[in-house]
Design a protein around this ligand. Structure first.
Ligand code: AHN
Ligand code: ZN
Length: 329
């Protein structure tokens, strides 16, 4: 089954609008403020943060690995920020069971009203339901790319924010229970069974009346040669943010990763933040034209492990995140 959301007719009209391709020579002349004002992103450090999460084992809510990883992330983030909170909640799963979830938020310049947030999900899927071997379809995955890659990048971003204080306020938001949607083949699947942590946060932000100028979600941002197309839901809800981020990526010379093609909308955490919290939020997510799912070929398989994590992709995404934050005034 395709993991795409069906948007309304007007949304489809908007998605059909394709962006003009960027002139890539223009990019090199204007490698200006985005590059100059940002601290260096250390991809070795980010990679180590990805690997540290995966080493706990699959971060499936209710397991020791999950709790151990939460503790590690909170301790790590507390070395970079005085304002780290855990938002514990109960989530009702597709099968009616309830699990304990934990969204983790690290804030920088919490008093500043001008804010952006950067997010990723940190849980890993309990089902390798796209694995080639059917025996594995109920086995939890490492989620090195699907989960840990975005979180690893954001922990390194947090480290950089602690070294050079940005002018604006920044929140790093790590969502739990994103990936426990019903397994493939379940009758009458529901989109809302996914993204339970972000749905909770969008309704119950960690600060009452929380507002941000915009938000960015990272999802599956660690594979070699990843292409990040302009995801349809982000283009529908937050086209200005999308174009700003893609322009900055172009200025940094990363147009080969941040490609100008638009793809179908995907049900992911950003949709609920846009819909429920009304914060314009985009999803940076790998889109693979060669697979049936449209995602990376290791998506929801046991091969989503450290062997498929690539430092260059991590560096590209991390540098774009930092440049976005430091050019915002
Ligand atoms: C669905 O599979 C419905 N949406 C994709 C969101 C996702 C799952 N991102 C990572 N894993
Ligand atoms: Zn997933």
């Amino acid at each position: 089954m395709k993991k795409i959301i069906l948007l309304s007719a007007s949304a489809i009209m908007m998605l059909a609008y394709s962006c003009k391709p960027k002139n890539s020579t223009e990019a090199d002349n204007s490698k200006d403020k985005a590059v100059i004002e940002s601290p260096a992103f250390n991809s070795d450090s980010a990679y180590a943060y990805v690997s540290a999460q995966v080493a706990f084992g699959p971060r499936v809510p209710g397991t020791k690995a999950h709790d151990g990883c939460a503790k590690w992330m909170v301790e790590k983030l507390r070395t970079f920020s005085k304002n780290v909170v855990e938002q514990k909640f109960k989530a009702r799963l597709w099968d009616g069971k309830t699990v304990n979830g934990n969204n983790i938020i690290a804030s920088f310049n919490p008093e500043n009203k001008v804010r952006v947030f950067l997010s990723a999900h940190w849980d890993s899927r309990p089902y390798a339901d796209h694995d080639a071997d059917e025996k594995n379809h109920r086995t939890p995955i490492d989620g090195a790319n699907d989960g840990a890659s975005g979180v690893g990048i954001l922990i390194e971003v947090a480290r950089q924010l602690s070294i050079k204080n940005p002018t604006i306020g920044v929140d790093i938001v790590l969502f739990d229970v994103e990936d426990w949607g019903e397994p493939e083949g379940t009758e009458s699947p529901k989109e809302d069974n996914w993204c339970l942590g972000s749905q909770y946060w969008a309704r119950n932000p960690h600060v009452q009346g929380y507002k941000a100028r915009f938000g960015i979600l990272l999802d599956m941002v660690g594979a070699a040669n990843a292409e990040f197309a302009k995801e349809g839901g982000s283009m529908y809800y937050a086209p200005d943010v999308m174009n700003k981020v893609w322009d900055i990526a172009g200025q940094l010379g990363f147009s080969n990763y941040f490609v100008s093609r638009t793809n179908n909308g995907i049900t992911d955490d950003h949709i609920y933040i846009n819909k429920i919290a009304s914060i314009p939020t985009i999803d940076i997510i790998q889109h693979d034209l060669t697979t049936q799912s449209g995602f990376n070929k290791h998506w929801h398989t046991l091969n989503d492990n450290m062997s498929n994590i690539n430092k260059e992709t991590i560096a590209v995404v991390g540098k774009v995140c930092l440049a976005v934050v430091y050019q915002e005034k």
